[in-house]
Design a protein. Structure first.
Lengths: 173, 126, 350
């Protein structure tokens, strides 16, 4: 497999994953539309794509998906939503990257996903605090930590189950 | 069978989840002990109004320059109107306890309840 | 593997303990809503998930507004308002029932409280922005119109007929009746609640944190959030309902020419009742009765008749006088906790 082909494959896969992430976001919004959820509590299915990208393709790919997601949020929900998505996504990806490098043998994608989901929520809370120009949304933290843990675990387990089926993993790196 | 389970979930994963839940529980317990009656309206980082909600006798509205209206009631504060796109601020509903907050991010306005009270009786007569 | 399992177990145990600790504060999770009605603030703490609590609160405010529309003397839609302005008016069965209840309770209390004091209260203007002391002549004239026997509630024709110059003022009973309506709204559901309305309190169901409801008794000498004592009311079962009302001379008073006039008028003299008492708090099984009793006990003072009234309604009370002394009826003695040592028990023997 030569370099050119590898890069092309990587480019294509990145685009596909970004599209998949957006599709999952959309699907998620359909699911949660009627439910009275506090702001920031989301199943986070699109993170499956991001985590897969980070683990199987590389950091640049994951970052690209985060930017695309933030752009999508900006186009559909406004500049504030875009900014929050960007901050949450960046912190999330950096956490994923760090954990993948450090704790690969002890943690499965479930644990990494939990941490990245929590990081995502903290990133969003931080961004929101920055925008409002004031201190903490303390009262939201406990809820978001719990939802991050729960949903992060769910998406992580899904990835655990699905990963072995994607046999080209090694081939892409 | 055990191998398969190891691929889905491992001890370290569970520890991570437990740790996050524990932190959440601690934070929640700490917050639950704070009950307050002082509200603040914060615009662009500056506290532009501090209101003692327990001294409010009649509900009134505070209209800000940026298109946001805040309703102050005895014991509660909330967003009444805003020109923002998503109206999440209004959907946040009424704030009645310390630590609660709501914000209209596009308008950079935040309302919250601060302060701390001893755990009072269920009601006060008279 | 054993070490790992142990560590995992330890972490989970810690989390569980912390969660349990946090949940002990869970018992107090209620939804609190506030509304404005009948010129006062109504606050309800409903121990239910937010959605159900909102629905219940809606029903409560509907009930309270319904009471306002029927018996309020200041609501232009009410038959009472119409009667006050024209001397008589048609009234629906609900209104007549409520007025009939008021009359019945007042008769038991020997007319010490009276809804026909409208002309008198209007004269003093305590509910307006400009209260004033009327002249003796004005008071005498108004007193002529006061009297339950002069009021005609015609159930057959569905109307209220007032005598010449007579006016109705159900102000002393309105909040209690509204809380009775709140109870009707609440008891169809299984959630406990505490409803506070203009100083009167309704307790419904079993308290979530601990065995008793704690109600603070307002300190007559301090601000509106200060209590000098607490009552612990322990329900026997989930269907418990209790009402508390307080009548006090520390509210709605004005000073003219150096004299302070409080708002609890004696239907006999037409003047604010002269008494050593500064507040009476009554705990009863009904909203109307607790409201009526608190005012009647205040006007009549602490004596045998008053105590007999309380017994006949199965109600209890706490009396406070201007020397910071208090008297508690037998049923409440074990429920009473003093928070402020500057108060002392009265010497009075009922």
């Amino acid at each position: 497999m030569n370099d050119k082909r590898r890069r092309l494959t990587r480019l294509t896969v990145t685009a596909m994953l970004a599209a998949a992430a957006l599709a999952m976001s959309f699907f998620e919004r359909l699911l949660t539309a009627g439910l009275p959820l506090p702001p920031g509590v989301k199943p986070g299915f699109s993170n499956i794509a991001v985590l897969f990208a980070c683990a199987a393709v590389g950091l640049p790919c994951a970052l690209f998906i985060v930017v695309i997601k933030a752009g999508f949020a900006f186009l559909t929900a406004g500049a504030t939503a875009g900014f929050l998505s960007l901050c949450g996504g960046l912190l999330s990806v950096l956490t994923m990257f760090a954990l993948l490098k450090l704790k690969r043998e002890r943690l499965t994608y479930a644990g990494i996903s939990v941490c990245s989901a929590v990081a995502h929520n903290i990133g969003q809370l931080g961004a929101a605090s920055l925008l409002a120009g004031s201190a903490l949304y303390l009262s939201w933290l406990p809820v978001l930590l719990v939802s991050g843990a729960v949903f992060g675990a769910v998406t992580g387990v899904i990835l655990n189950v699905v990963m072995p089926a994607l046999t080209n993993v090694r081939f892409l790196r | 069978m055990k191998d398969k389970l190891q691929k889905i979930v491992r001890p370290a994963d569970l520890i991570v989840v437990a740790a996050v839940l524990a932190v959440a529980a601690v934070l929640w317990a700490v917050l639950a002990h704070l009950t307050g009656t002082t509200a603040q309206i914060v615009c662009d980082g500056e506290v532009i109004a501090t209101i003692d909600l327990s001294a409010v006798k009649e509900a009134y509205d505070v209209t800000l320059d940026n298109g946001v209206t805040v309703r102050v009631e005895p014991g509660a504060i909330c967003f009444a109107a805003s020109d923002c796109a998503n109206l999440l601020c209004i959907h946040a509903g009424k704030l009645t306890r310390a630590g609660q907050s709501a914000a209209c991010l596009p308008n950079k306005t935040l309302i919250r309840i601060t302060g701390r009270d001893r755990r009072g009786p269920d009601a006060l007569t008279g | 593997m054993k070490k790992q399992t142990l560590r995992r177990a330890a972490a989970l145990c810690c989390a569980a303990l912390l969660l349990a600790g946090a949940c002990s504060g869970c018992g107090r999770s209620f939804t609190e809503r506030t509304a404005f009605a009948m010129g006062s603030v109504l606050t309800a703490r409903i121990y239910a998930p937010e959605e159900q609590a909102e629905k219940l609160f809606g029903r409560i405010t509907d009930g309270v507004n319904g009471v306002d529309r029927r018996i309020s003397a200041t609501n232009p839609d009410s038959p009472v308002y119409a009667a006050n302005h024209t001397g008589s008016s048609n009234a629906d069965a609900y209104t007549l029932n409520k007025l009939g209840d008021i009359v019945m309770v007042c008769n038991i209390l020997n007319g010490t409280v009276d809804p026909t004091v409208g002309a008198l209260t209007e004269l003093w203007g305590f509910s307006s922005d400009t209260p004033r002391k009327p002249t003796d002549g004005e008071i005498q004239a108004a007193l002529e119109t006061v009297g339950l026997e002069k009021l005609l509630l015609d159930d057959v024709n569905g109307s209220i007929i007032l005598s010449e110059g007579q006016k109705l003022d159900p102000g002393a009973f309105g909040k209690g009746i509204a809380l009775d309506e709140a109870y009707l709204a609440l008891h169809t559901a299984t959630y406990s609640a505490v409803v506070t309305f203009g100083g009167s309190v309704l307790l419904f169901g079993a308290p979530k944190s601990g065995k008793s409801w704690t109600v603070g008794i307002r300190d007559p000498f301090k601000g509106e959030n200060d209590s000098f004592a607490t009552l612990s009311l322990t329900p026997d079962d989930d269907n418990y309902v209790g009402y508390l009302s307080t009548s006090g001379s520390y509210e709605k008073n004005f000073t003219e020419n150096g004299v302070t006039y409080h708002h609890i008028l004696s239907p006999e003299t037409g003047y604010p009742v002269e008494t050593d008492l500064v507040s009476v708090t009554v705990c009863a099984g009904g909203g109307l009765s607790s409201d009526a009793l608190s005012t009647a006990c205040f006007i009549n003072g602490l004596n045998e008749t008053t105590l007999r009234w309380l017994k006949s309604f199965g109600a209890e009370a706490v009396f406070v006088n201007k020397d910071k002394q208090y008297y508690i009826t037998d049923g409440l003695k074990d429920c009473f906790t003093l928070n402020d040592d500057s108060f002392s028990p009265m010497d009075h023997e009922g």
